[in-house]
Design a protein around this ligand. Structure first.
Ligand SMILES: [Zn+2]
Length: 339
């Protein structure tokens, strides 16, 4: 943690309720952004901590996640002004060679992996073929070309706690397959951890930036063309130009209005699942294209279809063939549903 940050944390500390210093690099307080618990005055779920030389703020109550910079600006704008002057001077002093001045006409591009927790993990494409994680991915027949998008966390909870302090309290840790959510600039803003065994929660979703949608594939999708929206990230790996919803909530307000006509929703083939039927009805109501699986298809999702011997290309063709909207979609849904 740079000394200037520590100084300003201490200057700020009398404005933070129940502020405590846990270590040189970890500070705890009531979250001034959400007010923490309204009922319990002693809850302290805000943390200032160091991550690779920078100071970050995280609240376990409201999920606020930001740089110390932004936190200070929000909580104490006046102190923030002093801070920016002091950090500017500090940089200036250590860098008085004019040639070394940063080029401020260029924005610094965010750098994928470099600042993200993912860089501590191995990609599935990088691990040995005999490794159980690789065996799992092979057994599910996930396309080899997608293995570089997936990561392996041998100790999932320990790994998460290393950048979100005290996220998990646990006795036993477990390995998980990590499915990262990347934005258009390849910044990781969240991820899903998929259990290898079907005990306990199969998926754990963690958002690093709550302002972003819980969506996988934003880094590669081109919404100016036909694109697909699947229910889960794993199924999306079999389709081109695709995103996947990582939560059940159908919040699609972030899709640009001009591109909504290009979307094709692909729900699981579960004609007895009330929940899915309700979501499909809503999508049709909103005027989107949707795939209504033909009765001949018996597998419940794309991964199962591939495991049953359909090629990914065949499934893709089938989706296009059975994509419809409006009245046609309503009728097809009526024929397809079994409840
Ligand atoms: Zn909060």
């Amino acid at each position: 943690m740079i000394i200037v940050d520590r100084k300003y944390i201490s200057l700020l500390s009398n404005r933070l309720e129940r502020f405590t210093r846990k270590s040189d690099r970890l500070f705890n307080c009531r979250c001034p952004l959400c007010g923490d618990s309204k009922h319990n005055k002693i809850k302290t779920r805000g943390y200032l901590y160091e991550r690779k030389g920078t100071t970050l703020y995280y609240c376990h109550n409201c999920g606020a996640s930001m740089s110390f910079n932004k936190f200070l600006k929000t909580v104490d704008p006046l102190l923030y002004k002093e801070y920016t002057q002091e950090t500017f001077l500090a940089k200036h002093d250590s860098n008085h060679n004019v040639d070394k001045q940063p080029d401020i006409t260029k924005f610094s591009r965010p750098q994928f992996l470099k600042d993200s927790p993912l860089k501590e993990l191995k990609k599935i494409s990088q691990i040995d073929w005999r490794h159980p994680a690789k065996a799992y991915v092979d057994k599910r027949m996930l396309p080899p070309a997608s293995h570089h998008k997936l990561f392996y966390a041998p100790k999932f909870k320990t790994w998460v706690n290393s950048f979100i302090p005290e996220k998990f309290k646990f006795d036993k840790d477990e390995p998980r397959l990590i499915i990262p959510f990347l934005d258009e600039e390849k910044n990781c803003f969240g991820f899903q951890g998929r259990a290898f065994l079907d005990v306990g929660p199969r998926y754990i979703t963690i958002m690093l930036d709550d302002t972003k949608p819980k969506v996988f594939g934003l880094d590669a999708v081109d919404m100016t063309k036909r694109f697909y929206i699947t229910e889960g990230p794993i199924d999306s790996l079999f389709l081109p130009n695709v995103i996947a919803m990582a939560g059940a909530d159908l919040n699609i307000s972030w899709i640009d209005k001009d591109y909504r006509k290009n979307a094709v929703f692909v729900y699981d083939n579960e004609p007895r699942n009330k929940d899915i039927i309700r979501r499909m009805e809503k999508v049709i109501e909103l005027g989107y294209n949707i795939c209504i699986w033909p009765a001949s298809m018996i597998q419940k999702d794309i991964n199962d279809m591939v495991l049953a011997g359909h090629s990914a290309a065949d499934v893709h063709r089938l989706i296009d063939k059975h994509a419809c909207e409006g009245l046609e979609a309503k009728l097809a849904l009526m024929m397809w549903r079994k409840i």
